[in-house]
Design a protein around this ligand. Structure first.
Ligand SMILES: Nc1ncnc2c1ncn2[C@@H]1O[C@H](COP(=O)(O)OP(=O)(O)OP(=O)(O)O)[C@@H](O)[C@H]1O
Length: 226
């Protein structure tokens, strides 16, 4: 479970205060995957980062009582000066897992050949993406955080191997996904929320959330001209 209790978060830009959350309270329960809809630049990444502890709230409390993933595709936990082997074994120890298992799992999924023993700084962006996703899949979480859809790789063999494990993990776990598009969310969740004016409005169905979200997004060109 993740619970936000009266959480406020804003950024000072030098000329104005950008409010992301304003005394917001809500819960994400285990087994209830949820999609959060919000337009670009309104705080989706900040919200996901607060859920996993990468960002701190200005006020209020965030209670986590489950194993919560880092955001899918997040690279911050890996060190470019070290090889995939060293990164795997370090992360395994951090999470209290068997380093041999995590190393073997990532070696198999990524198939990076001799690069697996070379520093990550020598990898292409695609190779780094594959390694970071494999690392996340080698760990087990109760709640998976996804920022704007799936990380994409063009390697079909990797997509096949990683895709099977990812599907499994997401089916067994709870997913929190943030996006500006309802069609990204509907693949994962039946319930949804809308981030608006610093509050998270929760709905029982994606349809209800979509209706509120679409209405609040209406531009002047959508106005009824009678
Ligand atoms: N450290 C910071 N200092 C100042 N402003 C920030 C900081 N981090 C984020 N912001 C601002 O807060 C707002 C929300 O940022 P965030 O990245 O969470 O939005 P988002 O909804 O994920 O955006 P996008 O859809 O474009 O990825 C943006 O206006 C951003 O410029």
């Amino acid at each position: 479970m993740i619970e936000f209790k009266n959480v406020s978060k804003s950024f000072w830009t030098g000329t104005q205060r950008k409010v992301i959350l304003d005394q917001a309270s809500f819960r994400v329960e285990l087994g209830e995957s949820i999609g959060i809809l919000a337009p670009n630049g309104t705080g989706k990444t900040t919200l996901i980062n607060m859920m996993c502890g990468l960002e701190k709230p200005d006020e209020g409390e965030i209670i986590r009582s489950s194993r919560i993933s880092f955001p899918l595709g997040f690279m911050g936990g890996i060190n470019g000066k070290h090889s995939a082997v060293e990164n795997c074994r370090y992360i395994a120890r951090l999470y209290g897992l068997d380093p041999d298992y995590v190393e073997a799992f990532c070696r198999y999924i990524c198939d990076l050949q001799e690069y697996f023993d070379m520093p990550l700084s020598t990898y292409s962006a695609g190779m780094r993406n594959r390694f970071s996703l494999a690392l996340l899949l080698s760990l087990e979480f109760d709640i998976y955080l996804i920022d704007e859809g799936m990380p994409n790789t063009t390697d079909p063999e990797f997509n096949r191997k990683a895709g099977t494990v990812l599907r499994d993990r997401l089916q067994q776990g709870t997913v929190v996904i943030v996006s500006h598009q309802a069609n990204v969310i509907e693949k994962f969740c039946k319930t949804a929320a809308v981030l608006r004016d610093g509050k998270l409005l929760m709905f029982n169905s994606l349809e209800e959330a979509k209706a509120v979200y679409d209405y609040s997004k209406q531009s002047i060109f959508d106005a009824d001209v009678n």
